[in-house]
Write a protein that binds this ligand. Structure first.
Ligand code: SF4
Length: 286
């Protein structure tokens, strides 16, 4: 190799090495932006997911909501969204009094099923098969149910203190004693006891119950989680005390955001499931 070529290839090697180091180095700039504190007379707008992100780890909230660092979606999110879309379309038709066939339901799932993020082709096929089976069961159960939903995919927003909370109810049914707020989940739950426990502990549903109370002036009689893969519906009958923790959460998150306070809160479980654990300098796992 001539001298000039050798020098060029050395430079090329060096440049590649520097690029690699830069690419995989902790993203220092992510902590740098100077953010202005939010005055008390301005509304802070929050969704359930933002509240949950901040409580899990304020730095995660910053990555998602302020820096908007792009991430590759997890396959459970892609699968869950396709299931949710199919179920919502079916229920919207039911609400409007028109027929949605099983084939239409399965076609809707297939059209929404984005084949990305799965571990391999077998994993993708397996999730697709499980989703179809769950929807066939859902269709039979729902066709046998005389109850027609009152609302499907209904947006809400309400103001509490100097905070605006917004979100969307998956489904609301009216029973003899009042409303039931339901959310659909694709997580694997196998017993009624586990399903009921999950509902009781579910902060998202407590927040949605609070939203219902603000919007309609009365607390719903119950909240429910419909676990689509098993067909089990967990239920919890609420009272005012169920909302106390939610109010505290809103105040804590809002106070932190007003101060633009986003410290890392590294914990094994939080970091394991955090989409930013490969770039976050505080992650406790890699
Ligand atoms: S990896 Fe851990 S510490 Fe870093 S943002 Fe995510 S949850 Fe927070």
């Amino acid at each position: 190799m001539c001298w000039k070529l050798w020098v060029n290839s050395l430079r090329e090697l060096k440049r590649n090495a520097i690029e690699s180091i830069q690419r995989f180095a902790p993203v220092k700039e992510l902590h740098r932006p100077v953010l202005q504190k939010i005055p008390e007379d301005k509304l802070v707008t929050l969704s359930y997911y933002q509240i949950d992100d901040y409580l899990t780890c304020p730095l995660k909230y910053k990555y998602v909501n302020i820096l908007r660092v792009p991430i590759m979606e997890h396959h459970t999110v892609i699968y869950g969204r396709a299931m949710h879309e199919a179920v919502s379309q079916y229920l919207l038709r039911k609400l409007n009094g028109s027929k949605f066939t099983l084939d239409e339901l399965l076609d809707c799932f297939e059209a929404s099923f984005d084949p990305q993020g799965f571990l391999d082709a077998n994993h993708q096929d397996e999730r697709f098969r499980i989703g179809r089976e769950a929807l066939v069961r859902f269709y039979k159960d729902e066709e046998a149910r005389s109850q027609v939903p009152k609302f499907i995919e209904k947006d809400f927003s309400f103001v509490i203190g100097n905070n605006k909370i917004s979100g969307r109810f998956d489904r609301i049914d009216m029973e003899k004693d009042g409303a039931v707020v339901m959310d659909f989940k694709t997580s694997a739950i196998k017993t009624q006891k586990d399903a009921d426990k999950r509902v009781k502990e579910n902060k998202q549903l407590a927040l949605y119950a609070m939203a219902y109370q603000y919007v309609f002036g009365v607390l719903p009689v119950a909240v429910e989680l419909y676990f689509l893969e098993s067909g089990i519906i967990g239920r919890h009958e609420l009272d005012e005390e169920d909302l106390d923790d939610v109010k505290e959460d809103i105040l804590e998150v809002s106070a932190g955001i007003r101060q633009q306070n986003y410290p890392a809160k590294p914990e094994y479980k939080a970091c394991t499931y955090c989409a930013y654990n490969q770039i976050c300098p505080s992650a406790v796992i890699r």
